[in-house]
Write a protein of this length. Structure first.
Length: 462
């Protein structure tokens, strides 16, 4: 390859999928189970049109190269799959406009978003979609962004949104990249794969410092996963049933300062309050069904990075599994939950990925991962909590009034939760399978009752 000054330069290294990316690819199948996303609620603004918003979005995705790439399998012996530009990329296949069904309120919008989650994403093109939703009761516009989990973890997904809004676009440098960039050739993939193998052999030497670092990372990963003892199977409840393709979304909005103050008063964090409140809400839900629930085992994703630029996607996560009390008053539960999460947190965030990702990939390769996931009785729910922007954002000059997160679920976990803070408000989305959770509205009401009394009552799009 010849550079601008005429010198010969080496071709760039292939952008390989990470082991965590491959794990998400193995657990998903292009359907709702592997999708994450968010709804941005845009306030009506003078001069704002959906046509102009589509144009703006089409321009800004250039700052996120992965949104124009797809995952390709490498030839045999040439290493992991790699990301490369999709030469057939057509923005019109990813951005569309729909009208919200009457009455255009929050319930109608959330039902529309849940229906969009069911739409498959062909793996023959970039794995994302953006839908502008008009016809809302307040004359605003919704922007629904959905990505396959193989594309990004929660922090990376939030970074994408930060790149697409006005503030991110102003900060992002202009890109004049060639598109599509040439895909790596087979000999380049093979050479890169062999370089990687030789590097791993070099790192596998007998030097004591390397061994010590490896042992420390294993210990950190074990701590994050919950300790050396095998996870305990939980008593059978209706929380664990095979999940179907349908989804329902419910949202609870609370004052972030009230949640933070409650956490600090009991030696915990916002995340500890969310975990304790989720446990209490699930206890209330099961009690109405005649089931007892004294404690809840929750899987919490742990990012190996604190933040990322919008162009740096992929999955860099570990998992922290915690069993928290579901009985007693909220303050007592927050105190105990904070003690438990402090014990679980490792000094190296996301260290558990080095342990559980290879195990998941092995199970996927031998065809057992989905079978085990649909029958496990270790984890009862997933809870994701992301720290979003503190200052208000705009898109195309329209104020972003709310960010509603959309989590994923899989296996036999029938209900999951995602929390995102934005401009002083914490929004918690309850994602459920309505065929397994017909009482999802009661669960959302129980969660709202669990959270601080200072929280504002939920209104349309609050």
């Amino acid at each position: 390859m010849t550079g601008a000054s005429g010198e010969v330069t080496a071709p760039p290294s292939p952008d390989r999928a990470s082991a965590a990316d491959l794990m998400q690819f193995a657990t998903g199948d292009g359907r709702a189970a592997g999708h994450i996303g968010a709804v941005l609620m845009l306030r009506a603004a003078p001069g704002f049109t959906v046509a102009e918003a589509r144009r703006i979005l089409g321009e800004r995705i250039r700052a996120v190269p992965r949104l124009r790439q797809r995952l390709y399998r490498a030839p045999p012996g040439c290493g992991r799959p790699y990301w490369a530009d999709d030469p057939a990329f057509d923005i019109n296949e990813h951005i569309r406009q729909v009208r919200c069904p009457p009455p255009g309120d929050e319930r109608a919008l959330l039902d529309l978003a849940a229906a969009e989650l069911r739409e498959p994403m062909p793996r023959s093109r970039p794995l994302w979609s953006a839908t502008f939703v008009t016809g809302l009761a307040d004359s605003g516009t919704g922007l629904l962004v959905i990505m396959d989990h193989v594309l990004a973890d929660g922090i990376a997904g939030l970074a994408v949104l930060g790149t697409l809004v006005d503030q991110g676009a102003e900060a992002a440098p202009a890109r004049a990249d060639r598109f599509p960039a040439p895909a790596p050739r087979a000999r380049e993939l093979a050479a890169d794969a062999w370089k990687g193998r030789l590097r791993r052999v070099g790192r596998a030497g007998p030097e004591a410092p390397r061994q010590a670092r490896g042992l420390r990372r294993i210990r950190e990963g074990i701590i994050e996963l919950g300790g050396p003892r095998p996870p305990r199977r939980r008593p059978a409840t209706s929380l664990n049933r095979p999940v179907g393709p349908r989804r329902r979304l419910d949202v609870v909005a609370v004052d972030l300062a009230a949640v933070r103050d409650l956490g600090h008063a009991h030696g915990g964090t916002v995340n500890d309050v969310v975990l304790a409140a989720v446990a209490g809400a699930l206890r209330t839900l099961l009690a109405a069904r005649g089931e007892l629930l004294g404690e809840v085992t929750i899987t919490v994703p742990v990012a190996a990075r604190q933040a990322t630029a919008g162009g740096e996607l992929g999955n860099q996560i570990g998992i922290m599994t915690v069993t928290v009390p579901a009985t007693g008053d909220l303050g007592t539960r927050v105190t105990r939950t904070a003690e438990i999460t402090r014990e679980r947190k490792s000094r190296v965030r996301g260290a558990s990925a080095a342990l559980f990702v290879p195990a998941f990939l092995l199970l996927a390769r031998i065809g057992l991962l989905r079978w085990i996931a649909s029958r496990q009785r270790v984890v009862q729910t997933f809870v994701t909590n992301l720290h979003g922007p503190e200052d208000p954002l705009t898109f195309g000059g329209a104020a972003v009034r709310a960010i509603i997160p959309i989590p994923s679920t899989t296996g036999n976990v029938t209900v999951t939760f995602a929390a995102v803070s934005y401009a002083g408000t914490l929004r918690i989305t309850v994602l459920s399978d309505p065929s397994r959770r017909p009482d999802a509205p009661a669960l959302a009401a129980a969660l709202r009752h669990e959270l601080p009394a200072q929280a504002p009552r939920t209104r349309s799009f609050t």
